[in-house]
Design a binder for this molecule. Sequence first.
Ligand code: 4AD
Ligand code: MG
Length: 430
Amino acid sequence: MKTTISQVSQHVEETVTIGAWIANKRSSGKIQFLQLRDGTGFIQGVMVKKEVSEEAWTAAKDLTQESAVTVTGIVRADERSPSGFELTVINVDVISESVDYPITPKEHGTEFLMDNRHLWIRSKKQHAILRIRNELIRATYEFFNDNGFTKVDPPILTGSSAEGTTSLFHTKYFDEDAYLSQSGQLYMEAAAMAFGRVFSFGPTFRAEKSKTRRHLIEFWMIEPEMAFVDHEESLEIQEQYVSYMVQSVLKNCKLELKTLNRDLSKLENVKAPFPRISYDKAIEMLKEKGFDDIEWGEDFGAPHETAIAESFDKPVFITNYPKDIKAFYMKPDPNRDDVVLCADLIAPEGYGEIIGGSQRIDDYELMKQRYEEHNLSEEAYKWYLELRKFGSVPHSGFGLGLERTVAWISGAEHVRETIPFPRLLNRLYP
Ligand code: 4AD
Ligand code: MG
């Protein structure tokens, strides 16, 4: 019976055949232990010399790391094994050999592993992180589909910028200039006026010269946008969405979290509601924590966000930032003109900002004024202004960075491990 490692629980005490690779191997003379992986999981295969043909024994003995095989064996329930199962191997057929596989069980430096990223993703830890990424994507679609959102895909090639011109990737669009999308938001606002509640999930490009454990040049963002939803209601949707993702991973990725030694107690209580503090309050907290230099009006860096997050055991919203350090489209607080109706969601344990969101300006005249203040081309942004002309309504939205969220939930130390093929300041290979 042909099966996969993820399905062996359905075949206890049965003979199965699995297409697999040899992740690792050791031998005690009379017994060989084959660490098998097939993409769906890992399982130990045990081959006892006196129970198999000489041919099978020799074939197994000659196996090298990452050779591809077809294994036949009997599935055993085994409490000592992390997956709960083991395979008593009867036979192995070699499909193809692997010679001098570069990633051996010994320690390797990060640059070496990144140069071999096309192979590194086979390793147990990397595999677990990327499976958690997949679960977050699955849970995202489920959450938004269950809550009445329509998926809309904004363009990747754009004629103008959404989040400021300093980090745009330039390219040619035949004779015109074009840029790779740094946010689909402006298009999602148009979509919200057509479909009510929408979300996008796509690649995002930032030509930032940042070399930190939170920055990628190419990352994936989930951008919901909601008509007739104010800032406060948007925060409620954000906390429910993030709680849903965390609880889905706890439920569906038990083995992966175990592989990563993730401290589950830190994830279990991530349930809505999340605490909210104002930017003003955050400044006060930072001063109390010894950041004497920070002045009202300055943006927060990673150390500031980490210090604030330390006071909470859940993600925390920092709301109402000064208008001057935020994007042109954010709606001013009706009670105070110097701050805007926005929030950043800061993850616990030093993972930093995972969401940026706001209520958008819905007033035509005010938006026009912002165009002037920010020198936005009326021609390039004519369509966006028109959304404020034809049945404008209060609306809010946010963007969640997938990789930072994966890093936090999986406990990965750097976002480069949370995307299959990272694009970093000094890396376009492989
Ligand atoms: O805060 P940002 O720049 O917000 C926007 O782009 C809004 N237009 C979103 C919206 O309201 N629709 O980015 C949103 C999130 C950040 O909180 C962070 O998680 C992630 O995107 N992000 C990055 N992730 C990895 N590498 C980078 N260089 C990132 N820049 C932003
Ligand atoms: Mg932001």
